[in-house]
Design a protein around this ligand. Structure first.
Ligand code: TRP
Ligand code: MN
Length: 428
């Protein structure tokens, strides 16, 4: 998956520049997320991780970031209130600028061109596909600006519990799921009023005013990740300070490969995506490499099997983790195993398949005595039509299909999923 950078000297110049720039996050925050994920691994909290499949430089705007944060907050509040469980909120945001590809080239309008590998590597425009390392500098600056806004939204009052109504958008409010959300928001207002009447001073309660919102992305471009990795002398450990949590994808999870080796060397919480080809032996090797001290919260395993295959494929992997004496977080990515090609040639996902995979994930873990700990999804705050189905019944992908890579759930579909998952959590 390493891009064929054409000019080694230019690449070296870029990594030197990145290595001299300030980090995006600090080790304390990474440790904090690791501690929260320990609660998730033990079944005392739920992980919600979501955002774009691929972020683009063009979409690093105030509106786009705000709307993505909005959906995450809405989903989080539905889960927190609906299931009465603490939710650990992690965005696929501020760094998700590189994409793994199945083939190095693709055919566009009959011409073979290098594949688009994400804005951090090359341009989406077919004429501009030569990898340019300077794009990693631009990725750094977009990530910085994005994370700055995310932090402002999370702690600047916007995320406060009095704002629950304000996170919904007009195009959702009028829909059935929007009405359900408004009803929940009214319940929360009543609960807050009740607490106030009981003498709880909500204004002095920091937790009512904001949220902890963490950043994550796939650690794919090892040049970028290494340059932003810093040694912490006090802790005697290295941290990848480009994000709080990093994961490796299903294509780069070879236990003896460079990407896993990189994650093994940093003290951040880390995650691995597991697709249908993952074997119990590989999972055992991943646990040994990435969680040698068996610390719950260090390693998150994200399964993405496809709705029909969860029941067959997940149990042997859970058994491997249990036999290794590890307690990982188990999260469900119900998106990537359910991608299909629609009649018009576009990639899409059916909402029913997404829900079916999450249901099977909960059922399987409950049977095995392991913890269904989290949800990893691709979503956007925009009113797009990229995934089919849902209450609003998206039937025509052509209306607004804008993704730079995989099809994302729109706001209504994301909210609907949150209500369903809250029910599944409550049933446990
Ligand atoms: N701070 C608490 C939490 O993170 C409560 C809270 C405030 C909250 N704003 C929120 C929960 C927005 C979900 C969404 O859980
Ligand atoms: Mn994707």
């Amino acid at each position: 998956q390493r891009p064929p950078w054409p000019d080694p000297a230019a690449l070296a110049q870029v990594t030197a520049e990145l290595a001299a720039l300030p980090p995006l996050v600090v080790p304390d925050e990474c440790d904090r997320l690791r501690a929260l994920l320990r609660d998730v691994a033990r079944g005392q909290a739920f992980l919600l991780q979501g955002g774009d499949c691929a972020e683009t430089f063009a979409a690093a705007t105030a509106e786009s970031v705000r709307d993505k944060v909005k959906v995450l907050l809405q989903m989080a509040v539905v889960l927190t209130y609906g299931a009465a469980v603490p939710v650990v909120k992690v965005g696929r945001i501020a760094g998700q600028y590189a994409k793994p590809r199945s083939r190095p080239t693709e055919i566009v309008d009959g011409v073979e061109v290098p594949a688009y590998r994400g804005d951090a590597v090359n341009a989406a425009a077919p004429a501009d596909r030569v990898p340019d390392p300077r794009r990693m500098i631009q990725a750094y600056h977009c990530a910085t600006a994005t994370l700055n806004l995310v932090r402002a939204f999370a702690t600047g009052g916007y995320a406060g519990l009095r704002q629950v109504h304000a996170w919904t958008t007009d195009f959702v409010r009028r829909s059935p799921v929007g009405e359900r959300y408004e009803a929940l928001a009214a319940d929360i207002d009543r609960a807050l009023a009740f607490m106030r009447a009981c003498g709880v001073d909500l204004d002095r309660l920091a937790t009512a005013h904001g949220v902890e919102l963490f950043a994550s992305h796939e650690a794919l471009l090892l040049e970028y990740e290494s340059a932003l990795t810093r040694w912490d002398g006090g802790r005697g450990a290295a941290y990848d300070l480009s994000a709080h949590l990093l994961w490796v994808g299903d294509r780069t999870r070879d236990p003896d490969g460079a990407h896993v080796d990189f994650l093994a060397r940093v003290a951040n919480p880390v995650a691995v995506k597991l697709g249908p080809s993952a074997t119990p032996a590989q999972v055992t090797a991943l646990v040994d490499r990435l969680d040698p001290h068996r610390e719950p919260g260090r390693l998150t395993l994200i399964t993405r099997m496809g709705a029909a295959r969860v029941r067959d494929l997940v149990p042997p992997l859970v058994a491997a983790v249990q036999a290794a004496g590890a307690t990982t977080v188990w999260a469900c990515d119900p998106m990537h195993g359910n991608t299909v090609v629609a009649a018009d040639g576009r990639k899409t996902r059916h909402f029913d398949d997404v829900v079916a995979e999450v249901r099977a994930f909960f059922a399987v873990h409950r049977e095995l005595g392991s913890v269904p700990g989290g949800l990893h999804i691709e979503l956007t705050g925009d009113d797009v039509t990229e995934c089919l189905g849902g209450h609003e019944e998206v039937a025509d992908l052509g209306v607004r299909y804008e993704t730079a890579c995989d099809p994302r759930l729109n706001t209504s579909q994301s909210l609907e999923l949150a209500f369903l998952v809250a029910e599944m959590l409550r049933a446990g």
